[in-house]
Design a protein around this ligand. Structure first.
Ligand code: AKB
Length: 320
């Protein structure tokens, strides 16, 4: 039985991953780590333990790990790409300083650590289509710089200190539960909200801007399966390419229009997000994840779109 601490439990991934981990490993065995101002609410608060864990404070991490006898840490604290450009010093403090604090506690207390990387860890020099697992990583954003640093630091802690670190490079994540904030791929969530609310969607990215995306249930499964994987099969650790969908604004718009024919979209470009998206790959090659721990996505664009629309309508209490 694992004892798990989720740092960043109330964010886009954390709010769903914490609940899924509780379903699998037991409510009492998964601690919701949060920062003041982002307190857990509802089922997340009521179903299990919660502690203030500010990743920039190593004492917070150590205290929670010792109090709950934690053996596995999911480190989900991060500023997403566009927000990070506005606050690069904080992005570094959380993404790299926070990871260092986490790895040090893990080294002292014998914890395994999952820290997501991202398609943002690549840059313009990276092969753009079917980006290989091992390739050039020269990102142009502070978000990407923290992600590449995180991948290297995590691998270093495994080789040097035997800390069990593992990771995946998440694409843009799409979910109806907790909205993302400050990411470059957020438009692919926002367009569903516009469709369900009957609003015209203002797309911040140009047609032809392809990026990898994934439905949240697949992403959660990936985070859990990589931590459960047989270590003797892992050639890589930090961090695995995973992939499921690659589309541009026109493709997702036309897919949603199959179910919401009245949806309208206009392009109102956001220069920062466009610049970031233009530096990221169109699609990743996830062969190594498939070979080393049997990764396989379950949702295609059609299945995700149907599920998103049904669940967002329920959430926003809109009848079809
Ligand atoms: C972002 O857009 O910043 C994130 C990511 C792809 O890492 N969703």
């Amino acid at each position: 039985m694992k004892n798990i601490l989720v740092i960043g439990s109330t964010g886009q991934i954390g709010s769903e991953l914490t609940m899924k981990l509780r379903d699998i490993y037991g409510n009492d065995n998964v601690v919701c780590g949060y920062i003041p101002g982002a307190e857990p609410k509802g089922a997340l608060l009521e179903s299990g333990p919660a502690e203030i864990v500010d990743i920039t404070n190593p004492d917070h991490i150590a205290a929670a790990v010792k109090k709950y006898n934690v053996d596995t840490i999911y480190n989900l604290a991060a500023l997403l790409s566009a927000t990070a450009e506005a606050r690069p010093q904080l992005a570094w403090a959380i993404g790299v300083g926070g990871l260092y604090n986490t790895l040090e506690v893990a080294r002292e207390c014998g914890c395994a650590v999952f820290t997501p990387s991202s398609i943002g860890s690549f840059g313009k020099a990276t092969p753009r289509v079917k980006t290989p697992q091992d390739t050039i990583q020269r990102p142009e954003t502070i978000y990407g710089v923290t992600k590449v640093t995180g991948e290297m630091l995590s691998d270093y802690y495994t080789k040097r200190f035997g800390v069990d670190t593992r990771s995946v490079r998440f694409p843009g994540l799409i979910s109806y539960t907790t909205p993302p904030g400050g990411g470059t791929t957020d438009y692919a969530v926002d367009i569903y909200y516009s469709a369900v609310r009957g609003e015209k969607f203002k797309c911040p990215l140009k047609p032809g801007t392809f990026m990898d995306m994934m439905y949240m249930p697949d992403a959660l499964r990936a985070a859990i399966e990589i931590m459960e994987a047989d270590p003797s099969r892992l050639v890589h650790r930090n961090s695995f390419n995973i992939a499921s969908l690659s589309f541009d604004p026109e493709i997702i718009y036309n897919k949603i229009k199959e179910y919401v024919p009245d949806l309208e979209m206009e392009y109102v470009l956001d220069p920062l997000r466009q610049q970031i998206a233009d530096s990221w790959p169109d699609s990743l090659d996830d062969t190594c994840a498939r070979e080393e721990w049997d990764w396989k996505p379950q949702y295609d664009l059609d299945a995700m779109t149907k599920d998103m629309l049904v669940n967002l309508r329920k959430k926003l209490l809109v009848t079809a």
